[in-house]
Design a protein around this ligand. Structure first.
Ligand code: SAH
Length: 382
């Protein structure tokens, strides 16, 4: 094998502190907000009032919180509601059922989020880092490297903003209420551990403390940072864990998911089975189908042997095209044979739809370029 990319697991560990955004109410739990509001000379109940606007009514702009006296509004807006995400562009496709939002953060970093409407649910796919340091060669986000971790509130604000878009009825044919959140946007969520766990706590806390989503409806997707998976299992949260496996053997996984050089297939699978045992939740195994790379029948059989009898579900993802990539998606007959072998081994398997491909909003396509000339012929909504 040729030289493999170096991986930086934690950007904060390099000594240079990246420019984090100002504090926002979504960074704090309700007692934290109450303490802050009191410090600002306002009665503690204002914390609940503002939280109710933000998490309950999905109002992010202080100017619209008209039941607050003007002076209070100004004081609280500065300390609790700084603008974190400036929308740069929104794109829609699939008849408006998929929408991708590109944001600029306070330091100029760009991140993306995707809203997906289905007949029975509304899902948002959110970013946990600007860029990503995991360097998976088939993923567009991995190509540019890591800029910085997002704050808890920068993560939560993506979901609150898009929950507001859904509530406005913008996603025809879907329920108006956001129900699912997947950490499958830009970044490696478990490399930004404490802020991501903080964001999960805000997403699941009942309103007005948080968005009141069900833990089961939150999925954290990881390349397989073993210590962080073990730590997540101890948080008394039972969110769904997705493992980006992509190869059942170390030789290929070392190349496709370079962090495998640190934690091998057997170690990461041990960690996810322990996670499943602790939380009672079935683990999702993500596997991008890459033509002539990881789609051979023998790899399906090996994967089947690794997963048989485990609390696991395989999600095959037809490889989405990324700029400059030398790889293609597997042909459909190859994909069908792969599915057949896994099911024969007793492993529950589905093929994920490729929502958002035309707007570069599908898995692995988020690269947050402001003026990409490859932007699709898709309806621009902003
Ligand atoms: N860093 C996390 C979450 C982000 S990616 C992780 O790797 O799990 C979400 C999923 O999309 C991962 O399973 C990732 O491997 C997959 N993915 C990345 N690039 C892809 C591509 N070009 N086609 C299909 N899936 C891709």
């Amino acid at each position: 094998m040729t030289s493999l990319p170096l991986i930086s697991v934690d950007p904060d560990a390099r000594g240079r502190r990246p420019a984090m955004p100002p504090r926002h109410l979504a960074d704090l739990d309700l007692p934290g907000r109450q303490a802050l509001v009191t410090e600002l000379g306002e009665p503690a109940f204002r914390a609940k009032q503002v939280s109710n606007h933000y998490f309950g009514r999905l109002v992010r702009d202080p100017a619209q919180m008209t039941d607050l006296p003007a002076a209070t509004r100004e004081r609280l807006a500065g300390s609790l509601l700084p603008a974190l995400l400036t929308p740069v562009r929104e794109l829609a496709c699939d008849d408006g059922a998929t929408r991708k939002a590109l944001w600029r953060l306070h330091d100029g970093s760009l991140v993306e989020s995707v809203l997906m409407g289905y007949p029975d649910r509304v899902t948002v796919c959110i970013s946990s880092q600007a860029g990503c340091g995991m360097a998976c060669p088939f993923c567009a986000t991995g190509q540019a490297g890591l800029t910085r971790n997002l704050s808890t509130a920068e993560i939560v604000d993506q979901a609150v903003y898009l929950a507001g878009v859904a509530a406005s009825g913008a996603v025809a044919g879907s329920p108006p209420r956001l129900s699912h959140v997947v950490f499958m946007g830009m970044g490696e969520p478990l490399a930004n551990y404490s802020r991501v766990v903080g964001a999960i706590r805000r997403l699941v806390a009942p309103a007005p403390e948080g968005l009141g989503l069900s833990q089961r409806h939150i999925t954290v997707s990881t390349v397989g940072l073993v210590p962080a998976i073990r730590r997540l299992a101890s948080e008394e949260l039972s969110v769904t864990l997705a493992l980006s496996l992509h190869a059942p053997d170390d030789e290929l996984r070392d190349e496709l998911v370079p962090v495998n050089q640190r934690w091998k297939v057997s170690e990461v699978l041990d960690a996810v089975w322990d996670y499943a045992a602790t939380t009672g939740r079935r683990v999702s195994i993500e596997y991008a189908m890459i033509k002539d790379v990881n789609d051979q029948p023998w790899r399906a059989d090996l994967l089947g042997r690794l997963l048989a009898g485990k609390l696991a579900h395989v999600n095959l993802i037809p490889l989405n095209p990324t700029p400059g990539s030398r790889w293609d998606a597997s042909p459909k007959p190859v994909e069908r044979e792969f599915v057949r072998r896994l099911r024969d081994a007793g492993v529950s398997t589905t093929v994920r739809d490729t929502r958002g491909r035309e707007i570069d909003g599908a898995c692995g396509q988020l690269a947050a370029a402001e003026d990409r000339d490859t932007d699709p012929p898709c309806e621009a909504t902003a």
